[in-house]
Ligand binder design. Structure first.
Ligand code: IMP
Length: 182
């Protein structure tokens, strides 16, 4: 079984990626050392820089995942600042910002970065379109899952298996897997 080190301190991301890749015969190993996160408007350069930095530091091939929630009515906010916003204000206050908005459209995006020491990083982007709910619903998942609705149900109202079939992370990991030399 092929092994890949996933550099992330986020256990939600890790456990989803682990089950998605286990089905493809890849064993993920978590490394929580972290890496510097660039301040950029897009997730791709953040994932690319992080993967390159961690691969050179650890001297092994690594994978990272930079993700974010882009809300249409808020011009893409919190986007690349999703982790900061989640820790500072959380779902309830994001819903408060959306209180008077009829346009609930939103996109979840995950960018997988992969890098081997001495090489350039490669990135794979997955997106899923949904809506911001009016209240938090569900107990599954993590992060923004209770306020992100996909076809009437929030991600937190789905089982892990259901979310992993259609999530932004699944879509990015599928592209990564297709690219990986077999
Ligand atoms: P970063 O990728 O570490 O910069 O952080 C992304 C932010 O979005 C964190 O606050 C995560 O908890 C959140 N996030 C990423 N993926 C998901 C997801 O699949 N569901 C809910 N929240 C997510």
């Amino acid at each position: 079984m092929r092994k890949i080190v996933f550099v992330t301190g986020n256990n939600g991301k890790f456990s989803e990626a682990r089950s998605i890749l286990a089905a493809k015969n890849i064993e993920l190993i978590q490394n929580s050392d972290g890496y510097p996160e660039l301040q950029e408007d897009e997730l791709e350069p953040i994932a690319s820089f992080g993967a390159k930095w961690a691969a050179e530091k650890l001297q092994i091939p690594v994978m990272v995942d930079d993700s974010g929630l882009f809300i249409n009515a808020l011009n893409g906010f919190p986007g690349p600042y999703s982790a900061f916003v989640e820790s500072k204000i959380g779902n309830k206050r994001v819903l408060k910002l959306m209180e008077d908005e009829d346009d609930r459209k939103s996109v979840f995006k995950s960018v997988i970065g992969y890098c081997e020491p001495g090489k350039e990083a490669v990135v794979f982007t997955g997106t899923v379109e949904g809506h911001i709910s009016f209240e938090e619903r569900g107990t599954g998942g993590f992060g923004y899952d209770p306020i992100f609705e996909y076809h009437g149900r929030t991600f937190a109202e789905m089982t892990d298996e259901e979310k992993n079939k259609l999530s932004h992370r699944r879509r990015a990991l599928d592209k990564f897997f297709e690219w990986l030399p077999k």
